[in-house]
Design a protein around this ligand. Structure first.
Ligand code: SF4
Length: 207
């Protein structure tokens, strides 16, 4: 059994705002990039977050999938998921083996990730169904594509589980607001064109 751990900034175990269908969303703590207008600056530092054993995260996702038969997959966000590939590769592989899908957002370009010839990154790519790549650029907000922050970012369909023609992409972006105890959390993407300038909301941490 793997003893590897991951630094997790936030988990939303059930969301319909972070990719196709109902998903388990995981924000990683730590990103080496500094995109203009990064909407999760509190997740840039590699220090912090909750140290979580890989096996524990996999169990949490699979237990959730048992309880919520409509859980379609997981979404990896950041922070920078590919800076945490050593560990997330195991998570992605395990959930795919149980029929779930994997969507990941990265600030790197797919070709640059492949050029690194890093076995953990390669494995995470291999077990990703949808990859959204490229740095977020606040000067080029994307006003048409669901879930996509800026026009330079690309969507790669890396398996046959999804395609550009899927109806998911036609619907409007959604934002979810939850009250848990005395804490308000926000995740998702606000509807574009609503205020002229697209800005992803800051996600508050869950303890
Ligand atoms: S890749 Fe994401 S988390 Fe990292 S700086 Fe860019 S927008 Fe922020």
């Amino acid at each position: 059994m793997s003893k590897r751990t991951l630094q997790i900034a936030q988990i939303v175990p059930i969301t319909e705002a972070e990719g196709p269908g109902t998903r388990f969303a995981i924000w990683m703590q730590g990103c080496p990039l500094r995109c203009s207008g990064c909407c999760n600056p509190e997740m840039l530092k590699f220090e912090g977050g909750k140290t979580t054993p890989v096996e524990e995260l996999i169990k949490q996702i699979l237990d959730n999938a048992k309880d919520n038969v409509y859980l379609e997959g997981i979404t990896l966000l950041g922070g920078e998921p590919f800076s945490h590939a050593r560990g997330l590769d195991q998570v992605a592989k395990a959930v795919q083996e149980h029929g779930l899908t994997v969507m990941a957002f990265t600030g790197f370009l797919l070709e640059d990730l492949r050029e690194r010839e890093d076995s953990y990154i390669d494995r995470l790519i291999r077990h990703t169904d949808i990859l959204v790549d490229g740095p977020y650029d606040r000067e080029r907000p994307d006003s048409t594509r669901r879930w996509i922050g800026s026009a330079n970012q690309r969507v790669h369909f890396l398996s046959n589980r999804y395609a550009e023609a899927d109806s998911h992409w036609e619907r409007k972006d959604t934002l979810e607001i939850r009250l848990q105890g005395n804490q308000l959390t926000v995740n998702g993407f606000p509807a574009k064109n609503a205020v002229g300038v697209w800005k992803r909301p800051k996600v508050s941490h869950q303890e």
